[in-house]
Design a protein around this ligand. Structure first.
Ligand SMILES: Cc1cc2nc3c(=O)[nH]c(=O)nc-3n(C[C@H](O)[C@H](O)[C@H](O)COP(=O)(O)O)c2cc1C
Length: 206
């Protein structure tokens, strides 16, 4: 059982990292393999809709970590995405990464479990939480939730430590995620994955 954790903060040792460490504690005690990738200060450009990935199954841009992460995601049972809130939205580099990773990869994402967290000083956290969850719900990925919308609060590095409810919620979400991944593994063994259908692809221009 493997979980890939993407930390969308450029700040090393920031508040997103603190929440992630709480989730890691749970994964460790439950024997779930996990790996954290932090965006840090690396440049991650946005999708340019070139369509290269339609035929190649990977992104045309090879000078950042997107393709490598897509490969790690393919091998994972779960994906955690944590972002700082920037202007009531997720960090821009993280959005570029997620757009390109999900769009370019031909991985079967069905029943991989997703969990998201947004960390803010004051506002925009639920909008960011919704934004992140949308990557899961367009990809047939069940969501592990917590006891509140997954937010943490703090401005300066480490301030989220005082948000004991947010910190506790990170542990609860991680435990629920482990339970879901294990249950899905059992279900997959007994019933197999749900049947798929040929994609019907419509838009609003007719
Ligand atoms: C460019 C920028 C925009 C921000 N916008 C918001 C915002 O809209 N709402 C908010 O509550 N905090 C905002 N913040 C504060 C961060 O979300 C907050 O400091 C958070 O703890 C950062 O997480 P980190 O330590 O993991 O990087 C912003 C910070 C930056 C640098």
């Amino acid at each position: 059982m493997k979980v890939l954790i993407i930390n969308g903060s450029p700040r090393i040792g920031g508040n997103c990292s603190r929440l992630i460490s709480e989730m890691e504690g749970v994964f460790k005690s439950e024997g779930v393999e996990h790996e954290v990738y932090q965006i840090g200060s690396s440049a991650i450009r946005g999708c340019m809709a070139c369509g290269y990935c339609h035929t190649h199954g990977e992104c045309v841009f090879k000078n950042d970590d997107v393709n490598a992460l897509a490969a790690k995601f393919a091998e994972s049972d779960g994906l955690v995405v944590v972002s700082p809130v920037y202007y009531a939205s997720a960090n821009g580099s993280l959005i570029s990464l997620l757009d390109r990773m999900f769009y370019s990869s031909h991985t079967d994402t069905r029943m991989k479990v997703g969990a998201a967290f947004a960390v803010a000083r004051r506002a925009g956290s639920t909008a960011t939480f919704d934004e992140l969850n949308k990557y899961f719900t367009i990809n047939q990925m069940p969501i592990a939730s917590g006891r509140y919308w997954n937010n943490g609060f703090g401005r300066e590095k480490g301030q989220v430590e005082s948000d004991s409810e947010g910190i506790q919620n990170a542990r609860i979400t991680a435990r629920n995620m482990v339970f879901l991944m294990r249950s899905i593994a059992l279900g997959r063994e007994k019933y197999g994955l749900p049947e798929t259908e040929e994609t019907v692809f419509t838009n609003f221009v007719r």
